[in-house]
Design a protein around this ligand. Sequence first.
Ligand SMILES: NC(=O)c1ccc[n+]([C@@H]2O[C@H](COP(=O)([O-])OP(=O)(O)OC[C@H]3O[C@@H](n4cnc5c(N)ncnc54)[C@H](O)[C@@H]3O)[C@@H](O)[C@H]2O)c1
Length: 384
Amino acid sequence: MKRLNVVLAGLGFGAAFAPIYARHPDVGAFGIYDPDIDLAKAAAARLQGAKIYENFTGVLNDPSVDAVHLVSPIPRHAEQTQAVLGAGKHCACTVPMAMNLEDLKAICAAVKKTGKSYCVMETAVYTTHFFKVKEMLHRGEFGRIQFLRGAHYQDMEFWPDYWRGLPPMWYGTHPIAPLVMLAGSPVVRVRGLGSGTMREELRGQYGNPFPVETAQLEFANGLTGEVTRSLFETAHDYTEQFTLYGSKKTFEWQQVETELPVLHTLEAPRRDEGGRPMRGLPVTAERVQTGNYHTLLPEAVRRFTVKTEDYDETNPQLSLEKDASGGHGGSHPHMVHEFVRSVLENRAPWINERNGANIAAAGIAAHDSAMKDGAVADVPDFAF
Ligand SMILES: NC(=O)c1ccc[n+]([C@@H]2O[C@H](COP(=O)([O-])OP(=O)(O)OC[C@H]3O[C@@H](n4cnc5c(N)ncnc54)[C@H](O)[C@@H]3O)[C@@H](O)[C@H]2O)c1
């Protein structure tokens, strides 16, 4: 089968993906682009045979390029995605997909028109935590899903200018995506609220006064969830987390990244001496390892599920225990693999323009709602 020729564009966070593409067995020619040419040269020096593109038009005009993975600044995502698709190439893009509903609709239309593939590189649904919960869910271990909760706390002080004062829910995808994919149902309505006070100089760029936003999500299948997102002036360890509350078991993400998640299990009733059930079912709570899901990947890229220097070929599970946080919960090689394989297998990627647009739109609608004191906002149907 043909191998895919890929260009990686944007080498800040994006640089983490370069060695994965360079080693992936289904990738043929591999190229890199960043307007900061020194960054591109430094990345190329660490790789063998990566072609450097000096401008983005050169990437678009190169007929040998099959696919482009964008890891550029957020305000560039929508226009560059449409340019890549319009040039007849498959496109993967880091989150968020876009910053407004019109751009989400335009990307969906461009995918339809060009017939090319679009893949959202949403780290939060390729983590070892997510794989474990998905597996338990399919085995029926949680019973019925009763509620879902997600959060993402990150401080963006001194990051590039486009982050300054960003509405938290515009980048709400890390807590929203796992909820949507576990509910197995799109978000149809949201109610958002903003909270706290943010210093004046951060409010100008996007007219957003809130350092923290929270939202209630209603899914089409009747489930509900809640998400919280902070970006500025809020003291919390960096965490991206989700919790699934089930009728039999609950998986609860840990408060800080260095801990393990907690599995709560509802036990059989205790009985008194007369054999009568005592009030309230007992619950056991235990810290659990998620395990590494490296075997879902080709051997050559398994090491990227943890920091490469920590990877132990003979015991990948042990590597994970040494470094649970390698590459956003081990997600990076899984996303690359899904993008590459979905194109070669001529199928839609798992997180594609339709469910990806729903996830991004839920965050955009939540911020709109927060700006209107929590007025209920409908989330458009992207044919999930
Ligand atoms: N967990 C995640 O999914 C995750 C984590 C970090 C960052 N991100 C996303 O990745 C993107 C990049 O993050 P970052 O921290 O590297 O940002 P950054 O702004 O620090 O760096 C972006 C890089 O892209 C380059 N660049 C600028 N304009 C470009 C263009 N038009 N085309 C290609 N490259 C361009 C810059 O020179 C720079 O090297 C952001 O959109 C962010 O939202 C996602």
